[in-house]
Design a protein around this ligand. Structure first.
Ligand code: DHE
Length: 555
């Protein structure tokens, strides 16, 4: 069913392309200033639909749904003044880039896409991008499915397991979420979730998991029954990556588990829901002026990371293309009040510092980390870091000399940088840098735990298989590499994303994009493999989220 919808969605994209009513889309490409022979690109509606599907699945995240660029360059037939016209790159240039990838972190698609798909994609990129259809509040409401009303749910756990120890595992390609008992490794259940499900966030009480898929579908999983069940579903957008719940409990009220927010990549919007039922309450568009430069109006202003504050009744909503951080007050969820803070572009992912007061987010196209003082609702600092920072939620480290530090790794270089977050001398400066062995970056995530003396980083997007299949462990006393954890025998694919168990004694690593994908569990003290979980329970796992750690921002 979900695949059917996806096909409909992408054919919708293709059919809204201006010339698609005729059997062939023929666009005469006039040569601009540079002297290039006019070219005619032939692409049929079927080919537009096929390429739109691949583009949506594999390219839109970095290049934008409307191909105006973000982490990756724009891909427009006539260029945009900053990046060249795709019709100037032509079939040869585009094919070479798609096949081989780029130094900037774009993976090589040879071997993943067929030669026919690559050839078709090179043509697709030289015609005008299709216009995405709208997805309004009425569409969100129409998609709402309350499967088990509150009155029919148990009032206490129906089992003796430790819910805080549960680990929710994302199986992106299968569109499923596995729930595993983190204490006993018992696989409890596998549930259907959205197409290319992206992340999981637990409710503030820890009772529910919410997942969000690239199709914008939110799946609400109740962890109280003996076997966890899906109690509600809804779609927030046509394309999405982020979801979080309200967590504030203080003078202004107890908002734990009251409201949920989901951010749309496409359309550019966020939607607020009742967190107990997923009933849609309001929709806010995020298009607007850019933070910087000429302050141009930006239509495609996608919502990247969202986090919930513990100190105030608000969510931090990071709008990628505009470089605006929105602080969304949810005390009136039908009319949320918003403070917009201009920062830098393009905002992607980030996490809290150890105090929970500052949110640090990567402006990855500008090689910067933006620091927002959330209680005081203002920009605190913009810190220069390495090439294309990609922290995930980052990692917090207590250093004997500098105090609290927050770390990011990079897509574009092999460094890990630590920013001092405590007040005083050197606050908001990079005070430590570690280098991973081997050329290039490709790191997506870093992780440590308050009880650990180790620091972990992956290299998932590095083209070198000896690097993308390994995890790099550093000693936090010396800030030197302690061990390269090689992929264990019997496992293949790339290593991605680390998560601790609730106790902080084990690190769970995913191996995906391989025939023999797996979850590999390491002892954090000895760095020895403790357990390998394989099979239907963990088919191509990506992100993993322990209920307690995710809830309490332990990273
Ligand atoms: Fe992610 C987090 C977007 C590719 C796995 N990813 C995020 C967040 C965003 C995002 C905005 C922050 C969510 C939050 O905290 O609210 N990711 C994107 C993309 O746009 C991109 C580059 C391309 C795309 O089309 O999706 C992308 N991401 C990937 C992957 O290829 C990964 C490895 C596998 C997948 O699902 O496609 C991947 N992203 C993850 C994971 C997190 C994540 C596991 C959560 C990390 C965490 O610890 O919080």
């Amino acid at each position: 069913m979900k695949h059917l919808f996806f096909i409909l969605l992408v054919s919708g994209f293709a059919m809204s392309c201006k010339d698609s009513s005729s059997p062939k889309v023929e666009q005469s490409q006039e040569a601009p200033a540079a002297k290039v022979e006019p070219v005619v690109i032939n692409i049929s509606p079927e080919e537009m639909a096929q390429s739109s599907a691949i583009y949506f699945d594999k390219c839109a995240g970095c290049h934008g749904t409307t191909r105006h660029g973000a982490t990756g360059p724009s891909l427009l037939p006539d260029g945009d003044g900053k990046y060249p016209a795709t019709k100037l790159l032509g079939m040869g240039g585009l094919t070479a880039i798609i096949e081989n990838g780029t130094k900037g972190g774009m993976p090589e698609w040879r071997g993943i896409l067929t030669p026919e798909e690559i050839e078709r994609m090179a043509r697709f990129l030289q015609v005008d991008p299709p216009t995405p259809p709208p997805f309004e509040l009425s569409d969100v409401k129409a998609s709402w499915n309350l499967i088990i009303p509150i009155a029919e749910r148990p009032t206490e756990p129906q089992h003796d397991r430790n819910i805080d120890g549960y680990i929710g595992v994302i199986m992106r390609d299968a569109g499923k979420v596995a729930i595993i008992d983190g204490d006993s490794y018992e696989p409890i259940v596998v549930l259907d979730s959205g197409f290319a499900v992206h992340i999981l966030r637990p409710s503030a009480s820890g009772r529910y998991f919410y997942s969000i898929g690239r199709d914008g579908r939110i799946t609400m999983i109740d962890l109280y029954p003996e076997t966890p069940v899906v109690v509600a579903e809804v779609r927030a957008a046509l394309d999405a990556r982020s979801v979080d719940v309200s967590k504030y409990n203080g003078d202004k009220g107890d908002f734990r588990d009251k409201y949920l927010i989901a951010g749309g990549y496409n359309p550019s919007q966020f939607v607020i829901f009742d967190a107990q039922t997923l009933e849609p309450l309001s929709l806010t568009e995020t298009s607007g002026n850019s933070c910087c430069g000429d302050k141009e109006m930006i239509e495609e202003a996608r919502v990247a990371a969202i986090v919930a504050s513990h100190t105030d009744p608000l969510w931090v909503v990071n709008v990628k293309e505009t470089g605006m951080v929105w602080l969304v007050d949810y005390t009136d969820p039908r009319k949320p009040a918003v403070d917009q803070i201009p920062t830098a572009r393009f905002l992607h992912d980030g996490g809290w510092d150890a105090s929970g007061k500052y949110f640090l987010v990567a402006a990855n196209a500008e090689n910067k980390i933006v620091v927002v003082d959330v209680p005081n609702r203002k920009l605190e600092k913009i810190v220069e870091v390495g090439d294309t920072p990609h922290p995930g939620r980052g990692a917090n480290v207590k250093d004997p000399e500098f105090g609290n530090l927050w770390a990011t790794s990079h897509l574009g270089d092999n460094t890990i940088q630590f920013i001092k977050t405590d007040p005083g001398k050197d606050q908001w400066r990079v005070v430590k840098t570690m280098a991973m062995p081997g050329e290039g970056g490709g790191s997506l995530f870093v992780k440590t735990h308050p009880k650990s003396k180790h620091f972990y980083a992956d290299r998932t997007m590095n083209p070198d298989a000896s690097l993308n299949s390994a995890i790099f462990v550093f000693d936090l006393e010396t800030y030197t590499l302690k061990k390269k954890l090689e992929r264990p025998d019997g496992v293949d694919g790339r290593a991605v994303h680390m998560e601790y168990n609730q106790e902080g004694t084990e690190v769970w690593v995913s191996y995906f994009m391989g025939e023999k994908s797996a979850l590999v569990i390491y002892d954090d003290e000895t760095l020895a493999v403790k357990k390998i979980i394989q099979g239907d329970w963990v088919e191509n796992p990506t992100g993993k989220f322990n209920v307690y750690n995710t809830n309490h921002d332990v990273y």
